[in-house]
Design a binder for this molecule. Structure first.
Ligand code: ARG
Length: 458
């Protein structure tokens, strides 16, 4: 007999049970469900809706059920549809009919919303901690590579040299925003939906603030209809996760490029690479590739949640049961990626020499030659054109700027003097950019200080 079987005259079709049940995946919420029920039953007794004796029996029973589920001793069945009814059924088996008092003044609609929020609260804290670990790994590498220069790119064409620390710190700031976003979202997750009942509240004199307090919520959802139909907090989480994945994926793409023979800027540790079944020489950046690849499913989970919610009338609709798998999958996928990311970054070898060779063999100091002419009172547009011609000349001569003789330079402009050689060195080029946020040593150290400050304050 179903817990709601009273008004039915025949059993549900087996396929319907199978199709509509969520126990296959929402059993992940068992601990949250029990936690919520313990707070609820405690409140029912405090408000004299049930007796203290009944509350004690129910609480004890819930703890036993919880333990049995944890130890896989309890049978969870599609016949009881979801984790909420499975637990209620197990409770009644454990303590008898009095267990049926647990659901007084409550609906699965506010109950499931509560479980989701409890689950997400923990997940946000766990993922934030992992993200801080990723930031730490990046900052640690940045600290070691303040003087490591490499080409900075635009359009994947060499543009201007940067310090490797600067490049890594760019990601630190992205991940800092991700941490900020997660922490900010926490306060919207941390509102108690319980007490909204099925949609309209309850006739019992319950105390929602008491439950909120007991479960460490910041407050209660103000509107019962909103409380049971709101999954904004899930969408927000999936969206924040998508941004995190996007950032991870962009850095993974760079790691993949940098570890290719074409770049040869880094080498990922053997422990974070894999081989080929056929080609003995191969060492593949599979972890970075897979983190990049799994971004697809994280975006997919966001899209599917948004689409599921679109057009749902108030209040609860069964469609909303689809909120869970995507959220669980995103939490697990992101946890996996972040857990691997920090040690992969920490153990990566940086080929300083190759990076430096690259900045010596490009035209990433061309802007500096133009700026040099501007300092000698040539309008920038004119200077740009002169340098363009010099670059063209170099390409024909198969030379880089620093390989030109002073005579060659002076064929293009007599404003160029001996001091040009100092100005065009990669070290001078990065140090010449001394505005806030730029590549000079002082400015990169300043960024590092910010990064440390954020890590300390997280
Ligand atoms: N298993 C359901 C879900 O996850 C719980 C809420 C069901 N409520 C209902 N009235 N059918 O959404």
């Amino acid at each position: 007999m179903k817990l709601w079987g009273g008004r039915f005259t025949k059993p549900t079709n087996e396929l319907v049970d199978e199709y509509t049940s969520s126990i296959g995946f929402d059993q992940k919420l068992a601990q949250q469900d029990v936690k919520g029920s313990l707070a609820h039953v405690d409140m029912l007794a405090k408000c004299k809706i049930i007796t203290d004796e009944d509350a004690t029996v129910i609480s004890k029973g819930l703890n036993i059920v919880s333990e049995k589920i944890q130890n896989k001793e309890a049978e969870l069945s599609v016949d009881h549809e979801d984790i909420h009814m499975n637990i209620e059924k197990l409770l009644i088996e454990e303590v008898g009919a009095v267990g049926g008092k647990l659901h007084t003044g409550r609906s699965r609609n506010d109950q499931v919303a509560l479980d989701m929020r409890l689950f997400l609260r923990e997940s946000i804290v766990m993922l934030t901690e992992l993200l801080v670990g990723v930031k730490e790994a990046l900052v640690e590498q940045a600290e070691k590579h303040i003087d490591t220069l490499l080409p900075g790119y635009t359009h994947l064409q060499r543009a201007q040299p940067v310090r490797f620390a600067h490049h890594l710190l760019a990601y630190v700031f992205m991940f800092q925003r991700d941490v900020d976003r997660l922490m900010d979202s926490y306060k919207r997750v941390n509102q108690l939906p319980l007490g909204a009942g099925a949609l309209a509240g309850t006739t019992f004199p319950i105390d929602r603030d008491y439950v909120a307090n007991r479960l460490h919520f910041d407050g209660v959802c103000e509107n019962s209809l909103d409380a049971v139909s709101d999954r904004d907090f899930v969408v927000e989480f999936l969206s924040n996760s998508s941004l995190i994945s996007m950032h991870l994926s962009r850095l993974c793409e760079e790691l993949v490029q940098w570890s290719s023979s074409e770049f040869n800027f880094i080498e990922l540790d053997d422990a974070f690479s894999t081989g080929s079944s056929m080609m003995p020489q191969k060492k593949n950046p599979d972890v970075a590739e897979l983190i990049r690849g799994k971004t697809g499913r994280i975006y997919g989970n966001l899209m599917s949640m948004l689409t599921t919610l679109k057009g749902l009338p108030l209040a609860y609709n069964k469609d909303m049961q689809e909120d869970k798998e995507g959220m669980f999958d995103t939490v697990d996928t992101l946890k996996g990626a972040l857990s691997l990311f920090a040690p992969m970054i920490s153990s990566m070898q940086v080929n300083k020499e190759n990076m430096y060779k690259a900045v010596q063999q490009d035209f990433s100091n061309a802007t500096d030659l133009a700026d040099y002419l501007v300092q000698r009172d040539i309008p920038f547009r004119e200077a740009h054109s002169i340098v363009g011609q010099i670059v063209l000349y170099c390409i024909k001569q198969n030379k880089f700027l620093l390989q030109l003789t002073l005579d060659e330079f002076q064929q293009f402009s007599d404003s160029i003097n001996e001091d040009i050689y100092e100005s065009l060195k990669p070290e001078s080029v990065v140090n010449a950019r001394n505005v806030k946020g730029a590549t000079s040593e002082d400015r990169v150290r300043e960024q590092l200080d910010y990064a440390y400050f954020y890590i300390d304050s997280n």
